[in-house]
Design a protein around this ligand. Structure first.
Ligand code: UDP
Ligand code: MG
Length: 321
């Protein structure tokens, strides 16, 4: 379906008032030079500075500008999610508000979606202007994400500059801090053609990074684990818990055989039989049986929960004739 708007630019922002006017001018310049029809959606994620005033000012003089204002700071993922819901363009481009991403990349990103047929194109900040404390962990993180997600051609999962086909943003749910893994979310939703474009990156001009601190690595890895689980077993939790539970029961059964066997042999031979509790296998049997039961319970609960989820029958239907 052809849309009247070529491009929606979604900009999540938290306290970026100084950058906004320049970013706005730059986007408009690029759009006009390429005669794109467009809208710019600024999502103000609970800024405490003048960001919202600036957005109001821009929206007043330019009907292509829209703003969404959160009552408080929720994070980049919720901001993107709301921007995605509002977006109407046939291609949706996200970029950070801090001028680190260049709007000059937009025409090529647009071409890669509309002509080359990509579902999602992620920017790749090959040459980054960020401190080492940021770039080195990022390398590790991307290597793990590539492995776990199976998207082998991406170097920079978390790049703020990305382009999406309209259907992609309407069919993924970016929650928590999952903005780091949007390509993986898209892949789990069945959008397989994911590409990459090397993009220019600049040092932050105003303000400072909103993502400092070390706990983001721990959280980042935990999120990756959740996504892997949801993607592989989200619809069939019993397959993983039941499998692990069966292994436990099997090991427990073997241990019981050994404990019982030793006892039997001793009785048959008329030698004094050892107490079952003095054998290490007794404890192995005990633990594995308890764990096995727990795992099965987790599996049943998982099935009950997933069969009660409101979206349980929302499958991705690409076409119907
Ligand atoms: N951001 C946001 N909500 C937050 C934190 C950040 O909308 O809670 C926005 C921020 O304003 C910027 C983008 O997300 O537009 C990327 O943030 P930042 O530039 O601080 O991250 P970095 O480039 O240092 O990774
Ligand atoms: Mg930045």
């Amino acid at each position: 379906m052809e849309k009247s708007i070529n491009i929606s630019v979604v900009v999540p922002l938290y306290n970026e008032a100084e950058s906004l006017p320049e970013l706005y001018e730059w986007i408009v310049r690029v759009m006009n030079a390429n005669s794109f029809t467009y809208e710019i959606i600024f999502v103000n994620d609970g800024s405490t500075d003048d960001s919202w005033k600036v957005i109001e000012g821009l929206a007043e003089k330019d009907a292509n500008v829209h703003g969404i204002k959160f009552r408080r700071n929720y994070g980049k993922s919720p901001a993107l999610h709301c921007g995605f819901q509002a977006a109407q363009g046939s291609v949706v481009i996200t970029m950070d508000a801090d001028l680190q991403d260049s709007p000059d990349e937009i025409p090529e990103l647009y071409r890669m979606i509309t002509v080359d047929g990509y579902d999602l194109v992620s920017g790749y900040k090959q040459k980054r202007y960020d401190p080492l404390s940021k770039t080195i962990p990022t390398k590790l993180f991307n290597a793990t994400a590539r492995k776990v997600s199976g998207i082998k051609n991406l170097h920079d999962f978390n790049c703020g500059l990305k382009a999406y086909r309209y259907e992609v943003v309407k069919n993924i749910e970016v929650y928590g801090e999952m903005h780091r893994y949007i390509p993986y979310l898209a892949k789990n939703a069945g959008f397989a053609k994911i590409g990459e474009k090397v993009v220019h990156h600049q040092a932050r001009k105003f303000g400072k990074t909103k993502f400092g601190g070390l706990n983001r690595f721990v959280n980042g890895y935990l999120d990756l684990l959740s996504l892997w689980f949801m993607g592989s077993f989200g619809l069939k939790p019993m397959h993983v818990f039941g499998f692990l539970g069966s292994i436990m029961f099997f090991l427990g059964f073997l241990a019981v055989l050994i404990v019982g066997g030793v006892k039997l042999v001793a009785i048959c031979q008329g030698t004094p039989a050892p107490l079952v509790t003095s054998s290490p296998y007794f404890y192995i049997a005990l633990t594995t049986m308890i764990l096995g039961t727990q795992l099965f319970v987790a599996g049943f609960l998982g099935e009950l929960i997933s069969r009660n989820a409101p979206g349980r029958n929302n499958y991705q239907i690409e076409k119907a004739i």
